[in-house]
Structures are given as C-alpha cells and as structure tokens.
Design a protein around this ligand. Sequence first.
Ligand code: ZN
Length: 499
Amino acid sequence: MTKNEALKIYRETGKKINAYDLVLSTASYDRLTIAPKKGASYRNEMMAVLEGEAFSVMTDPKYIEAVLKLASCDLKDPLKREIALVKKSLEDIIKFTKEEQMAFSLAQMESNEAWEKAKHENDYPSFEPHLKKMFEMTMARSKKRAPEKDPYEVCLDDYEEGMTKKDYDRFFKLLRKELVPLIEKVAAKQEEVDDSFLFKYYPVEKQAEFMPLLCDFLGFDPSWGYMGVSEHPFTNGFSRNDVRITTNYDEHNVTSAIFSVIHEAGHATYEHQIDAKYEGTAVGNFISSGMHESQSRFFENYLGRRKSFWTTLYPKLQELFPENLKDVSLDAFVRAINASRPSLVRTDADELTYPMHIVVRYEIEKGVFDGSISMEKLNETWNRKYREVLGVEVPNDTAGILQDTHWSDGSFGYFPTYALGSAIGAQLLHRMEQDFDIDAELEKGNFKALTEWLKKNLQHYAALYDYKTLIRMVCGEEFDPKYYIRYLKDKYKKLYRIR
Ligand code: ZN
C-alpha cells in the first residue's frame, strides 16, 4: 500500500466512522433527554447493533493497514498528531471482538437505566449488581488493554493522558492539606453569608424563562447550540456547529440550573471554537476531560460567580422572581452564590468544598480497583467517606452514592479530572488577568472578549497538543496547582473574614 492509497482509505473510512458517531451521539442525546423510558430495551439493543457496525468499520483490516502505513511515514502536523491519536485508540479497540464490544455497550446502557431508576426510588440495592458488573468489566477490559499496567491507571490515562496515581495522590494530598483547615473555619462562620433566599420556591417555568437571557449573555447561540433537560446535565458535541447541552431544574434551588447552564455552555463553547480546519479529524476534538472541565469551570466559577458577571443579568432575574429577590441587593446575591459549606451533592457544591467531593470518589475508585475497598455495600463506604472528608451525614443513597451518573456506565477515572480542570482553570485565569481587565468587560456585557481570548490562546488548537504542552504554551510555565489554592484561600478568607 502506498502512502497515497493509505491516505485515501484512511480518509474515506474516517468519514464512515464519523457518520456512525453522529448517529449514535444523536440517539444517545435522545435517549438521555426525551425518549420514553418504556422504549429503553428495544432502543438499547438497536444502539448496540450500531455500535457493532461502527466497530466493524473501525477494525477493518484495510483501515488498520492504512493507519499503520501512515504511522510509519514521515508526516507533518496536524496529520502526524492525528495518526498518532488514531493509532493509540485502534491499539485498544483491536483487543476486543465485535461481540465483546456490543456486550459492553449494552451493559453500560442497562446499568445507566438501572441507576436512573434507583436514584428516583432511592433503591441502591437494585443498582448494586450493575455497579459491580461495571467495575468488573472495566477492570477486565483494562487488564486486556494493557496487561503490564495497573488497571486503574489505564482508566486515569483515558481521561487525562499521562496522569498517574502518583500524580493524583500528590495533587489530592496537597488539596486536603491546604483546604480542609479553611473549610472547617468557614463552616464555623456560617453567619457571615446568608444564602437562604436562594432556596425559596422558584417555579420551573419561570426559571426556564431566564435561560435564553443567560445563554444570550454567554454567546451560546441557537444557530449552533441547543439546550434540553436531562437527569444529569451534560454536553454532547456532534460537530463544532451542533453542540447540545442539557440542564436540570430544582424548584427549591434557583442557582442549580443556572450554574449548570453556565458550566455546560463553557463545555459547548470549547467544542464550538475548535478550528474549522480540523473538523471531522481526530485532531478536531477536545484534548482531554481535564482540559474540557477547565473550560466549563472557567465559565461557571472564575467568571460566573463574579459580581461583574451579574451586573446586567441580576436585574433580569429579580424581575422574574420579585417575591423572592426584590429586596436582595446585587451584593447580597453575589455573596450568596459564593457561600461555602460542606454539603452532600457534588454538582451543587461551592468552589471551596468541591474538590473534597472528588477526593471521596477518587479514593473509592482507587480502593475498589486495588482491592482495598470491597464492592459490597459501597453505599456505606460512601457515607463513611463523606463523614470523614466533609463532615456531613448522608441521609439517603439518592443524595449519596446514587447522585452521579458516571459510575453507571463504567466511567471510572473520570472524576479526578474535575478537580484537575478546576486547578488548570485557576492557572488560566491568572494568565488572562495579565492581558485585560476581566471585570470591565463583563460589566459591559462583553462576554465575547473572554471567549475570544480562550479561542485564540487555546481552544482553536483542538487536540493538536496534549494538555501539558498547551499549558506551557499559554502560561509560559508547567501546570501548577498553587494558583488554584491561592485563589480559593484569598477568596474565602475575604468572604468569611478569616485571618
Ligand atoms: Zn463538566
């Protein structure tokens, strides 16, 4: 096979793979948002068939030969990087048969549905066998993919290339050491910030009326983005000009949906701002979960919780909910949305306690994989860890082990990237502040100035570089969690008047 023949086969097959991806993404978005529950088993079976077909295309010997041929040629970026990425994922895929792939995909969907039902009914025992199966299947798959490696490290590497247990152990140890004493001090000074009005009754229809205003402010434009509702908010980018997000409303917490929309719009903006010339290629994708999360949490926390972000938006929110907010000043509102206290639910957690929710999940995952934590009664382990790390009592499994969707489809190794992403975001914020006055732009409602900066400095590169290289390019130094710790300490000491 010549290089040109290889390139032709590679491009043509790549298109077919993308077509399957698009259809499966669409079906998956539909499944998680509007599809009636009773149709689940038929739909899951058909989706597994499609997964199998996509698998056949990806593992076609001609395609593999073409990729290997190109990998042996002297290529230039972006093709060089593209082939390296494709080769790496192919090396994993070919370890499995089509039947194994379909069986795993089906088990993931069944487990995910069992989780959703169990969460609604607060019935952990009904989900437990699925969770065990997900742990066992993922461990077995990791062993098959890289027999010489620690199975949990295989998972960690899937979500953040190059990050090991040693790296995360060091990172989380630092966060625990630096943040836990501050969390305790803040917990003891709760009278400093009143956020009770955020938990009054806020009808869903009224909350939904605010979303177009918020999306407009964020530049999340209906010409390329769409927002639906799902059990667990998420973003699914079909292509750079078709990015779907979801939210979830809570009638007794007005900020839950608002901050999930800001968060998901951050993910969506990243996908949308990838350079058009990479579209449809392996480079035309996000780099890693940690980098994705750094962008969403940048929107949500480093921008969305500033006073300047709310200068133009808050009066509109007040208009929608006069009975709850007319006597609440902008300053009081901004203090309230930054309140911190140890809590039960990760997605509603404040910035300061958030990484401790990740510590709990990381330690449990790691422990189950290395055998030091039993899979039996994992809900009780969860509750014990929450008591130990955050000092809170978990009243039921819905607010405990069942709160997150990730484990239900075997996404072990994903959670640590949330904390990593927050830390990357803080370093980016430090860098952005050197270029312009963020508050001045936000007060003018010029959110675009900020998204343009993100686009120009990092988002347009898509997956051309790994995250470590990109941080070095943008910030002129290696990734360093000191910015994250400094940001949290400064902010919360000031807010809670702690010396
Ligand atoms: Zn996210």
